[in-house]
Design a protein around this ligand. Structure first.
Ligand SMILES: Nc1ncnc2c1ncn2[C@@H]1O[C@H](COP(=O)(O)OP(=O)(O)OP(=O)(O)O)[C@@H](O)[C@H]1O
Ligand SMILES: [Mg+2]
Length: 409
């Protein structure tokens, strides 16, 4: 069964008189991986919380399986929420429970599985995120990166069909972020779940998603195939992807227009204005796992919309398709420090798709605020991974690489 489509139309959210964003329209294609970018404070987390019904937008609709989450009854919302697995930005672990109990919580609360089965599922997910052996530790005793990974494991125990990750990579070092990115692609290959990932990590945005969106100035500046944003020469995109101080984006979201213009003019004058970073190939699932079903579906979808895309994006898509055609699948990369099964091992099948969940379950859609004793999740300390092998070099892949430039419509 393909993943679940999430159709958002004309969504508008304000808190009192403060409008956060207006008229957000996008469709998360079933089973594809999408990334949402945007300067701090543009409402990315508010968007994720709106998607699962924790926040109520005033206008617009969010349709999943023919149900509009903005308007449906609470009981229906409760049902739909069972499809979601969410990693909140703050991790939201129970501070008084050890990691094992935190991760087992949704299974104990919302399924009737025997403890022996729960133990197997928790062990599998903890191994997957590299926390094997840390079962008895409390959230307050581990690093920010470990807490993040525990939140990740908890978000996955009910085998969700829609996975929302709010900055899964913040607080992780670059190596672990690389493994996490591979884990996301591998999970997608195994489950065909629909992913939406909020990240500030440019490498993640370049290598993981099928689609990229960007929130800016209270609107969704764009959402579409990754090549469209990655080949855009819009100043906002270029500044964001280059992590540059000069440009329209300021410390508190956006700059005074006049100042931004002055800076851009200065940069243009000095010839120092950087273009976009070069495009990178999209990650493939680790060899031995099933191919991502989304790749073929996306290819057909992008073909159908090709004539609507900017020329640079079209060129990038065509180039990468031509490069990908004669190439086989990536070679085995071995086990990851997150303890994934080695290449060739049987994929971890969802233990119970559609397992019941409740909006009150941590790791489900309504996880509690972090309990006292839980340190901030972006703590700088990191755990030492049980690295058994590194990610091997992967050939460029996916139907999506190639340079090009395009301005936002
Ligand atoms: N429950 C709330 N009540 C009132 N205002 C809120 C609430 N939640 C968020 N906001 C406001 O909405 C705006 C967007 O917040 P949000 O957390 O979604 O930003 P973000 O894009 O996720 O930023 P970051 O990248 O820093 O995580 C902020 O101004 C924030 O203060
Ligand atoms: Mg946020």
């Amino acid at each position: 069964m393909p993943g679940v489509e999430v159709k958002v139309d004309g969504l508008t959210k304000s808190f009192g008189r403060a409008n956060i964003w207006s008229d957000v329209t996008l469709t998360l294609p079933p089973g594809e991986v999408s990334v949402l970018l945007g300067p701090s404070g543009t409402g990315k987390s508010v968007f994720l919380k709106s998607l699962i019904g924790l926040l109520k937008p005033e206008k617009g609709s969010i349709v999943i399986h023919d149900t509009d989450l903005v308007r449906c009854k609470e009981s229906k919302l409760y049902e739909i929420r069972k499809l979601f697995g969410v990693l909140f930005q703050d991790g939201a672990l129970f501070g008084s429970m050890n990691l094992y109990d935190n991760i087992a919580f949704p299974l104990r609360e919302h399924t009737r599985k025997p403890e022996s089965e729960i133990r197997d599922i928790v062990a599998e997910k903890m191994d997957m995120v590299g926390l094997k052996g840390d079962e008895s530790k409390l959230p307050g005793e581990i690093s920010g990166g470990m807490r993040k990974r525990a939140g990740l494991a908890r978000a996955l125990v009910l085998d969700p069909e829609i996975i929302l990750f709010d900055e899964p990579d913040s607080g992780l070092d670059p190596v672990r972020t690389a493994y996490l990115n591979q884990l996301i692609i591998d999970l997608n290959a195994q489950t065909d779940a629909t992913f939406l990932i909020v990240t500030h990590d440019i490498n993640t945005a370049q290598t993981v998603p099928d689609n990229i969106g960007m929130l800016y100035r209270k609107h969704l500046a764009m959402f579409g195939p990754r090549e469209v944003l990655l080949t855009s020469d819009d100043p906002v995109v270029a500044q964001f992807l280059n992590g540059r101080r000069q440009g329209p984006i300021g410390m508190s979201e956006e700059k005074d227009t006049a100042q931004a213009r002055r800076e851009m003019a200065e940069l243009d004058g000095s010839g120092e204005l950087e273009g976009l970073p070069p495009m990178k190939p999209q990650l493939e699932a680790t060899a031995g796992l099933p191919e991502r079903k989304a790749v073929g579906r996306r290819q057909r979808r992008v073909e159908d919309m090709m004539h609507t895309l900017p020329p640079a994006a079209q060129e990038a898509i065509r180039r990468s398709q031509a490069e990908a055609a004669p190439r086989g699948r990536a070679q085995a990369t071995g086990a990851s420090p997150y303890g994934r099964p080695p290449a060739g091992a049987a994929p971890t099948a969802p233990a119970s798709p559609n397992a019941p969940a409740s909006p009150n379950a941590p790791g489900s859609t309504n996880a509690p605020a972090p309990a006292s004793g839980t340190a901030p999740d972006d703590a700088p300390t990191q755990s030492i991974p049980r690295v058994t092998d590194g990610p091997g070099p992967r050939p460029p892949s996916g139907p999506t690489a190639g340079p090009g430039r395009h301005r936002f419509p």
